[in-house]
Design a protein around this ligand. Structure first.
Ligand code: SF4
Ligand code: SF4
Ligand code: SF4
Length: 265
């Protein structure tokens, strides 16, 4: 992408709310939609942004204004859909941690087998934490706080963008270490990585997908090999417990050596 294209991509992304909800049809959030708009997609699909965002994009891109895609929520006085917040019914929470991975802006705190809580100030009401909850204890309520000014909105978007990039990087590492549940399809990090290197104020995203795949593949083949060896060893041990056999005994010792080597003993 040329510098001019990156500059325009940045401007489009700045207009988008940074809720990262995927309601525009771009699962990985606002930046992929910004790129699609740059490449010609209609600029009226951001549901949380509503008519003000559709109009701002049309004006910036010199395109005819289009009616914004409809939200299920009523429209507020600023022309955007009602702001919502998630709350967890804490007495029902089983502490499975699935909602933590699902939240794009890390607005949920809690740890394994403990009650979880939404940090209300950070929650955008994107709803992404609701489907993964196995006990259905997360619900949305209207945000009753006064509407933000244009400046507060800009600051909020900057903060959400930063939190999402930090989230992407952390989830990327987490996938490699395989800690905790994975509840979201893998984010395509290439665009985010390029963009974060181009924009100073964003946390850099280091792509470790390729390494992850290698490790996973290696781990899988070692696991299969270990299982095979254990089965052969068990079979030989059973046979030897019935009748002694020097050849089989030698085979057993060799297999045990291989098993120890693979296990790193
Ligand atoms: S906030 Fe708008 S642009 Fe961003 S992911 Fe949601 S619908 Fe798409
Ligand atoms: S807590 Fe739930 S609704 Fe709120 S931002 Fe996170 S995922 Fe979205
Ligand atoms: S997904 Fe539901 S049950 Fe699991 S930690 Fe979150 S709120 Fe609690």
């Amino acid at each position: 992408m040329t510098n001019n294209a990156f500059a325009l991509l940045r401007e489009i992304d700045r207009i988008l709310p940074q809720t990262q909800c995927g309601l525009c049809g771009h699962r990985d959030g606002c930046l992929p939609y910004a790129k699609a708009i740059l490449e010609g997609e209609a600029a009226n699909k951001c549901i949380p942004g509503g008519q003000p965002v559709a109009d701002a994009l049309a004006a910036r891109l010199n395109r005819p204004p289009l009616p914004a895609e409809k939200s299920v929520w009523p429209i507020q006085s600023d022309g955007r859909p009602q702001r919502m917040k998630a709350i967890i019914r804490e007495d029902e929470c089983i502490g499975c941690t699935k909602c933590i991975s699902a939240c794009p802006v890390d607005a949920i705190i809690g740890s394994g087998k403990l009650m979880h809580t939404v940090l209300t100030d950070l929650c955008t009401g994107c709803e992404l934490c609701i489907p993964p909850c196995p006990v259905d204890c997360i619900e949305l309520v209207e945000d009753t706080a006064p509407l933000p000014t244009a400046l507060q909105q800009e600051q909020e978007q900057q903060q959400l963008r930063q939190r999402y990039y930090a989230h992407i990087q952390r989830e990327e590492r987490r996938r490699i270490d395989r800690k905790g549940p994975i509840v979201r399809a893998e984010i395509d990090t290439e665009l985010f990585s390029q963009f974060s290197q181009w924009i100073d104020e964003l946390p850099s995203i280091e792509r470790i997908e390729a390494a992850a795949k290698t490790v996973t593949k290696q781990d899988a083949s070692i696991t299969i090999e270990l299982a095979k060896l254990r089965t052969q060893i068990k079979k030989l041990e059973k046979q030897l417990s019935v009748r002694a056999d020097a050849k089989k005994q030698q085979q057993l010792e060799q297999l045990q050596q291989q098993l120890n080597l693979l296990q790193g003993n």
